[in-house]
Design a protein around this ligand. Structure first.
Ligand code: FVH
Length: 293
């Protein structure tokens, strides 16, 4: 239960879905006294056999310790699980995926109830929890003091990345990265659709695709530098005018191969709009500004 005779801090965990259960096992394995609660009690049985104490209500789980980690489906489930629960003096760490606005509101809600609050955005899937080499981590935002105080125990399941006092920042970073991921998945879907029509072996195609995406990924650093400087023409490798000139080829290829271009077209339209402002010598960075409302 202890390593080097240093007592391990207790953790109360609400939520034993795929993610909550994975988190729970790492704290148990590291010797932290763990109290768990789940709306559907059967999901706690396996963890009880592994050493977790099972609380029969969310209130009892919260009462069991100072550090309360919540990993539920969504913000609404957090509100319903903690409704009427005494949070005075608790350190509430909410790892539930929410919007930045929900995270800010939940922080105020927790503070009004006498708790300190940290919000988290998990950049990992359950099999990456407890596997440091998998590279997963959690974005944290909210009270820096609380983060520093609890960082050792929070780092047990997966790495930690503190992104600021604004409690909405963890969710913002989380959603920003996942949005980029979905953009990438959209491109991947289009690419596979093209080769699928032509009967190219997708398994042979996959490494070509993965390697090319990896080679392109560092371009985000150039985009960032241009956004910071405000000069979108520095370091340009493939200018916007050339890229817009190429878009009919992509659309005609999709058409010719019997593939819908519905995932590509909106981005191409933004590129065209930026070009029309006289920005042909720029990189693609100007598209970012067109998205700002
Ligand atoms: N799993 C993943 O790949 C992703 C990785 C990135 C982060 N997400 C977020 O983590 C939160 C939890 O996800 P999860 O994978 O554990 O989700 P489920 O397996 O579906 O478990 C959901 C738990 O939430 C409980 N729950 C749902 N509604 C309520 C409610 N109204 N009151 C109390 N608890 C509720 C549910 O309980 P039960 O259905 O077993 O009774 C589970 O414990 C999530 O925000 C992801 O976006 C995971």
């Amino acid at each position: 239960m202890t390593q080097n005779n240093i007592p391990k801090s207790p953790v109360s965990l609400l939520g034993l879905g795929a993610m909550g259960a994975a988190l729970a096992r790492t704290w148990l394995a590291a010797g932290h006294p763990l109290t768990v609660w789940n709306r559907t009690p059967a999901r706690a049985e396996a963890l009880a056999a592994e050493g977790a104490k099972v609380a029969d209500s969310a209130a009892a789980a919260v009462a069991a310790g100072g550090l309360v980690v919540v990993c539920l489906l969504d913000d609404e489930s957090v509100g319903s699980a903690l409704d009427g629960v005494d949070l005075v003096g608790k350190d509430l760490v909410n790892l539930t995926t929410t919007t930045p606005a929900q995270a800010r509101a939940r922080a105020s809600w927790a503070e009004e109830r006498g708790a300190r609050y940290l919000d988290g955005g998990i950049m990992a899937v359950p099999p990456m929890i407890g596997v440091p080499e998998a590279g997963g981590y959690v974005f944290y935002s909210g009270s820096r003091e609380l983060f520093e105080m609890r960082r050792t125990v929070l780092a047990v399941p997966v790495g930690t990345e503190y992104v600021g006092e604004d409690p909405g920042f963890a969710a913002l970073h989380d959603v920003a990265l996942l949005s980029a991921m979905y953009g990438m998945f959209a491109g991947v879907a289009h690419a596979f659709a093209l080769v699928r029509r032509a009967d190219v072996d997708p398994v042979a195609f996959a490494p070509l695709l993965a390697d090319f995406l990896s080679a392109m990924a560092p371009s985000v650093h150039r985009t960032a530098a241009q956004l910071k400087s405000g000069d979108y023409t520095t370091g340009v490798v493939s200018n916007l005018a050339m890229q817009v000139a190429g878009t009919p080829t992509f659309l005609a290829t999709a058409e010719g191969e019997g593939v819908s271009a519905e995932l590509l077209r909106p981005y191409f339209e933004l590129m065209r709009r930026r070009l029309d402002t006289g920005s042909g010598q720029e990189d693609l960075t100007g598209v970012v500004d067109l998205l700002l409302r």
